[in-house]
Design a protein around this ligand. Sequence first.
Ligand code: NAD
Length: 291
Amino acid sequence: MQLLDGKIVSQAVKDRLKVQTEERLEAGKKVPHLAAVLIGNNGASETYVGSKVRSCAEIGFKSTLIRLEESISEDELLYKLDELNADFDIDGILVQLPLPSHIAEEKVIERILASKDVDGFHPESVGRMVQGLPAYYPATPYGILLLLEHYNIETKGKHAVVIGRSNIVGRPISIMLSKPDYPGNCTVTVCHSQTKNLKELCLQGDIIIAALGRPEFLKADMVKDGAVVVDVGITRVPDASKKSGFSIKGDVDFEGVAPKCSYITPVPGGVGPMTIAALLMNTYKACVAKD
Ligand code: NAD
């Protein structure tokens, strides 16, 4: 069993971007600038946005963190996005999800200019991705592809079983793994909460992507020998032994499943850092597109 180490691979991506950003600076070109919008005081969202902003600083990107009150109205948020859209210096905009329940997620996602949609959630980005056109790929699935690519995981003709069909992970990764080039060319099965024979389907998976948000859901008896297992799940579970009062669990029972795998991602340190790396890649691309 070999770990698909998101920390190492994301660091390699960041090192490359750092050099490219220094080269831009030396050539008198603008450096990439990410605007991150954080609404309310959700602890997990704070952590994710904090990592994204720190990563920008590490590699020489500019970043602007916009903190907004939980009580902000939908119109005020949309107005803020219009401002960011109009600001030439800002290349990429991300609004950390989830949003307060009084704000419609689709409206917010659609308001971000597709050219600044570095999270890859805008319908235009998704549509282009589905049609195989150049696009900002959704950050988490894109990060998974970068990880598979880094370790030269064979994907052609493999059966990929994706558990979860959300717009941000399950659905896009299922489409990306079926695209007709590397890393893709998989035969893909998408499983979800209404799937009847999940265990049988998982047992057929050469590659399993677990993205359902149920801690340690995927057990050893659901995985065939030699499978590649990618664990997207991040759930905070109460843990009195931790200073924070919680620990982070993935969707895979790592202890049980890892010995059966050829490759597996850890949680934390697998897909999480790759999501940030992918976001930075998209932001760099959005900046270069303006040259
Ligand atoms: P979601 O709640 O939007 O979707 C979950 C999906 O899982 C749904 O499509 C549902 O049908 C399916 N599902 C739920 N229970 C199931 C079951 N018992 N059997 C089969 N399918 C089932 O979640 P999401 O936003 O896609 O996120 C999934 C997980 O990935 C969460 O833990 C989330 O925190 C994590 N996540 C991690 C990253 C990262 O960077 N590592 C990024 C995004 C999401």
